[in-house]
Design a protein around this ligand. Structure first.
Ligand code: NAD
Length: 250
């Protein structure tokens, strides 16, 4: 089937669905200039092992290393802007098709694009907290202290080290993940997985909860065999065309 046929087939499935949700990954944000983990030649894993800098172990045992490497990458991500893929998903929700989206991304670009029902299951870069007394801070406060060379940034009350609200390697999954899992289990008859290699567990298990699956990804995934439609195209173009097809059919 050609590309246009795939877009039409995906739109037809979405129109028939009563519980249409999306699962997004780092590939959705590469067109916003944020490198993903696994694109050959460009992914972060090819440059360094994120576990060596973005883990709870590093944050606790060597916070300076965490703040001088992983944290700088996080801070640069906050400058990114949504791309046509993010806007298309927000439009699908606005048109009443998309019931919500689960994202592995920490970049906050779905929020910036105007999506409303979002489960950011790996956290986000809008806030942080003290590891000791749990007092809450804005992400800007962490950035501000780092810019002033207060590394690691510390709590103004108990002087313990601050951390961003993201799920690091070694962290347990947050309650919002289990909330998303329950919602999908109860309601999702169709899932659109976009820009994810679908290998990072436990999120990679979520497509199993969907009745049917549409995949948009530039490289193969282990779920391709069981998906109704697999679109091997950039997320920005494919999601834009899919939202356009849904609008035209309305
Ligand atoms: P991943 O890197 O494992 O997979 C990304 C997939 O997207 C790859 O299969 C790649 O071929 C595909 N891809 C890349 N650009 C694309 C594009 N423009 N259009 C279509 N497909 C494209 O990412 P993942 O599955 O999300 O898992 C990685 C983990 O890394 C997640 O847990 C996430 O929290 C974290 N992460 C997040 C960000 C972010 O917030 N933007 C960035 C890097 C990593």
């Amino acid at each position: 089937m050609d590309y246009q046929g795939q877009i039409e087939q995906a739109a037809a499935l979405i129109k028939k669905s009563t519980g249409f949700y999306s699962l997004t990954g780092a590939g959705l944000s590469t067109e916003s200039g944020i490198p993903d983990f696994r694109t050959p030649g460009e992914g972060i894993w090819e440059k360094f092992d994120p576990i060596e800098t973005s883990s709870v172990e590093v944050l606790q045992n060597n916070p300076r290393v965490f703040y001088e490497s992983a944290f700088n990458r996080f801070a640069s991500i906050t400058l990114a802007e949504p791309n046509p893929g993010h806007y298309a998903l927000a439009r699908m929700e606005e048109m009443g098709f998309l019931k919500g989206l689960v994202t592995q991304n920490i970049d906050g670009l779905h929020v910036k694009a105007g999506s409303r029902k979002i489960w950011e299951v790996h956290g986000h870069l809008r806030s942080g907290y003290c590891q000791g007394c749990k007092k809450r801070y804005s992400f800007e406060e962490l950035v501000h202290q780092v810019e002033l060379k207060r590394i690691p940034p510390v709590c103004r009350t108990c002087f313990d080290v601050l951390r961003p609200d993201v799920v690091l390697f070694g962290d347990p999954m947050p309650p919002i993940f289990y909330e998303a899992e329950e919602i999908l289990r109860a309601n999702c008859d169709l899932m659109l997985a976009a820009g994810s290699s679908l290998v990072v567990y436990p999120v990679a298990y979520l497509p199993r909860l969907a009745g049917q699956l549409i995949i948009i990804n530039s490289s193969p995934t282990e779920y391709d065999q069981v998906a109704e439609v697999v679109i091997r195209e950039k997320c920005g173009k494919a999601l834009h065309d899919l939202a356009g097809q849904l609008a035209a059919d309305q």
